[in-house]
Design a protein around this ligand. Structure first.
Ligand SMILES: Cc1ncc(COP(=O)(O)O)c(C=O)c1O
Ligand SMILES: [Zn+2]
Length: 393
């Protein structure tokens, strides 16, 4: 299946071999999977995809798993790409599309990353997995670990959406609710993992969640007939989905599947937690820890991301931008997307709709440009956040 050759540090470019469980480079940088794309270009024409499975494993040759029997799949990926005509009409734009990641197993795009990472844990022999999570990654980890028969140790903020807590416990995970943020959860996993024998599945601290997430980039290209959109809106917590898509575009160009044109990458954050927006506006290459992070979009409550420099680099190279919206705006926009299009988004998806309306109004985007909004999760997982708007008599 795979043509994985090695891992490469995104910070110092050091080469690491890929045949064993691995976290960060000795320099502290995240490791990225590298493939034999020249060979793949010879043997893997894009037209052959149609014969593959209708989930993200159709891109198997550019994913890290070598034995099909290692794959732990619940049908993730190949999510709908929906032309949002009525939303577009309201905003004065004709070419707006929603990639609805809420349709994934466990109701968010996190299924892609965890399907890939847990499959690699099976392949490389990890038995006890630990994860710090803002919520949805925990739910996905619990589900895929259950499907693989592995132990899942989950650390998430005490105030995560109830859906995230219940789905984890139901799937048999060992859940610890932490008085703090995902950064505090990550610290606890880091302190305890050696003694407990846990493999740390923190995003970007292991090299394969990003590989699953990058399939969002492969898919949008395939679904548009190998022509990328003009702009992509992505709600950035850790930003790994955006980094993954950017990596996918590079790989697809090397495969000869797409040309050198890239979408403007637009990183959307919450006003109550906008470290990457701040760094973008100040011209910095890295972000600073964002104090007192708060937002209803729990997935965006990441005060400092390990891959911030990769997000900023991709956004700048693409001619995109970073923008923050308020909780009020994202929830209003989420309800608007539901009533315009029948897609009830996570507040993170709502944030992208709110950001789109601002960038159309400011003229940053033109009305005919083809724009894709990533709705990264289902609104059904955020009933507390939306509940205040819909009191029952
Ligand atoms: C619904 C949702 N959207 C977006 C994100 C942010 O993901 P990323 O790490 O790719 O920025 C999360 C992370 O928890 C999430 O749950
Ligand atoms: Zn390094």
């Amino acid at each position: 299946m795979t043509t994985l050759t090695h891992l490469e540090c995104a910070a110092c470019s050091k080469r690491h071999s890929s045949g064993q469980l691995q976290n960060l480079c000795d320099c502290g940088g995240p490791l990225l999977a590298r493939y034999d794309l020249a060979r793949l270009r010879e043997i893997w024409p894009r037209d052959s995809l149609a014969a593959g499975p209708s989930n993200m494993w159709r891109y198997g040759p550019a994913l890290p798993v070598s034995e099909a029997s290692s794959i732990v799949s619940l049908g993730e990926g190949m999510t709908p790409l929906i032309h949002a005509r009525r939303l577009g009409q309201r905003l004065g734009a004709t070419n707006i599309w929603v990639k609805d990641e809420g349709m994934n197993p466990t109701g968010s795009f996190k299924a892609r990353g965890l399907s890939c990472a847990v499959s690699m844990c099976v392949e490389l022999g990890a038995r006890k997995l630990a994860i710090p999570s803002a919520g949805n990654a925990a739910g996905a980890m619990a589900a895929y670990a259950a499907a693989a028969g592995l132990e899942a140790h989950i650390f998430m903020p005490r105030d995560v959406p109830q859906a995230n807590f219940i789905e984890c416990v139901a799937a048999g995970a060992k859940v610890t609710l932490v008085d703090g943020l995902i950064s505090d959860c990550a610290r606890i996993v880091g302190e305890r993992k050696a003694a407990e024998g846990w493999f740390d599945v923190s995003t970007l601290k292991e090299p394969y969640r990003i590989e699953g997430k990058k399939t969002m980039g492969y898919e949008v290209a395939e679904q548009f007939g190998w022509e990328l959109p003009d702009a992509i809106f992505y709600p950035c917590g850790g930003g790994v989905g955006l980094i993954g898509m950017w990596k996918a575009f590079e790989e697809m160009e090397a495969l000869g599947w797409i040309d050198e044109r890239r979408p403007k990458m637009i990183a959307v954050q919450a006003e109550g937690c906008a470290p990457i927006v701040r760094a973008f506006e100040s011209g910095a290459t890295h972000s600073e820890f964002f104090p007192n992070a708060r937002t209803a979009a729990s997935g965006l409550r990441v005060p400092k991301a390990l891959g911030d420099f990769l997000v900023l680099d991709a956004v700048r190279k693409s001619g995109g931008t970073c923008i923050a919206v308020s909780d009020e705006e994202m929830l209003d926009a989420g309800v608007a997307l539901a009533s315009d299009e029948g897609i009830f988004p996570a507040p993170e998806g709502g944030a992208c709709v709110a950001a789109l309306s601002q960038l159309l109004a400011s003229g940053f985007l033109k009305s005919g440009e083809r724009v894709v909004i990533y709705n990264t999760g289902s609104g059904l997982k955020y009933l507390e956040a939306y509940g205040g708007r819909f009191p029952r008599a």
